[in-house]
Ligand binder design. Structure first.
Ligand SMILES: [Zn+2]
Length: 75
């Protein structure tokens, strides 16, 4: 199982496309939707709701917001 570089969804390598750049980095896209959003439309995966990266950054931001409040309660 390979993880899609854009949406983070795991799917079989026989499905989707592997894009190998001259620099040596391999990008795997599970669908044409992911490939178009990443390469053609050049969208930031952290700003698109249906990607895993969006939810990860959102959770991190929430944790950062929650931390100072918890410390304040202890004091
Ligand atoms: Zn994908």
């Amino acid at each position: 199982m390979t993880k899609c570089t854009f949406c983070g969804k795991e799917s079989h390598p026989s499905k989707g496309t592997h894009v190998i750049k001259n620099s040596g980095t391999v990008n795997y896209f599970c669908s044409s939707k992911c490939r178009a959003n990443s390469e053609k439309l050049k969208r930031d995966k952290r700003k698109i709701r249906w990607t895993e990266a969006f939810h990860i950054t959102r959770e991190k931001a929430r944790a950062r917001e929650a931390e100072p409040k918890e410390k304040a309660n202890i004091k």
